[in-house]
Design a protein around this ligand. Structure first.
Ligand code: ATP
Length: 309
């Protein structure tokens, strides 16, 4: 397997705080890697180190075989970074912003490529609009455009569709897939787990600076059960009765929802019997297939030692 980004034993400390804690990870050529984690997990810190914007306290990172600290110029050129925060000069228009960014990398932005990027981001009609006069969602799209002008081998997308409307979110997803088909490796960070489920080939979950899991998305989903049963309780409870904990149920939504994940519908029988034995009054029942969000919540809450399966 062709590794594009190799992360070996990387730690980042801020005084006593260990923001990234001994991470080993390889990002493969041409994949969409979903890096997920709660607020403060260490995602931005890790990505900033890969992009050479932050130095690891220890460990090594290479991009296309080049060390990101010692060979910063080579690695920076291989990377496109879409940050969470808007970082362009409001005095330039859309086209000027992209041309300046290309100039920064010493690349001449051909008309054809400019039109392709603007078209994919639905910004063609805004080509000569001052970036100050763009809507929030358009500004985010321009950020993506900026990261693409030098045709990077690896694109880091941090919350790419935050504040973007539904229709455009779908068209951005299809553009991200097209980039992958052309060979671009994509690292996606998002709190919007439906987006990761839709796009990612592999998932890494990070919490408190440590990688909890790195796995093929489909394998991860099937390993964590195929179906979810959600029982809304008529009266919230303070803690889950032991027989329900024993069958693997979880208490959510402040004690008002019992959630149970199973690989087959057969497993629901013992659960329902335990609910009846415990005398819980059920107000509503819902079943659905397991989502990445279910898996994510389970992994993170387990890591934090909360009551889970
Ligand atoms: P979010 O989803 O909220 O963007 P994240 O996973 O990107 O979170 P990071 O921004 O990487 O999280 O932060 C990881 C930890 O490092 C947090 O506890 C944060 O407060 C801390 N941290 C980040 N930057 C600094 C800094 N410059 N100085 C001190 N602590 C920092």
């Amino acid at each position: 397997m062709d590794t594009v980004v190799a992360i070996r034993g990387v730690t980042k400390r801020y005084g006593p705080l260990v923001a990234v804690d001994g991470i080993d990870l390889g990002i493969r050529r041409g994949e969409i890697f979903g890096l997920l984690g709660p607020n403060g997990a260490g995602k931005t810190t890790l990505i900033s180190m890969i992009a050479g914007l932050l130095r690891p306290t220890s460990g090594e990172i290479s991009v296309l075989g080049h060390d990101v600290v010692r060979e910063y110029r080579e690695t920076r050129r291989a990377i496109g970074l879409v940050p969470q925060e808007i970082n362009f000069d409001p005095f330039f228009n859309v086209e000027e912003t992209l041309r300046m960014q290309a100039g920064y990398f010493g690349v001449r932005l051909a008309e054809e490529r400019l039109v392709e990027i603007l078209g994919a981001l639905d910004l063609l009609s805004k080509r000569t609009t001052n970036s100050r006069a763009l809507s929030g969602g358009m500004k985010r799209r321009l950020l993506i455009g900026k990261a693409l002008v030098h045709d990077p081998a690896v694109l880091f997308l941090d919350e790419p569709t935050a504040g973007v409307d539904v229709e455009l979110r779908r068209s951005l997803w299809s553009y991200v897939r097209r980039l992958r088909e052309r060979g671009t490796t994509i690292v996606l960070t998002t709190h919007y787990l439906e987006e990761a489920e839709e796009l990612a080939d592999r998932i890494g979950v990070i919490d408190r600076g440590r990688l909890l899991v790195v796995e093929d998305k489909d394998a991860l989903l099937s390993r964590h059960g195929a179906k979810v049963l959600r029982l809304s309780l008529a009266r919230p409870i303070a803690s889950l009765p032991a027989p329900l904990v024993a069958v693997g149920a979880r208490l959510d939504a402040g004690g008002s929802v019992v959630t149970f994940e199973a690989s087959t519908g057969d497993a629901f029988g013992p659960l329902l019997a335990a609910v009846a034995d415990a005398g819980l009054a059920v107000g509503d029942v819902e079943t659905r297939r397991t989502t990445l969000e279910d898996v994510f919540v389970r992994l993170v809450s387990r890591d934090r030692g909360e009551a889970t399966a």
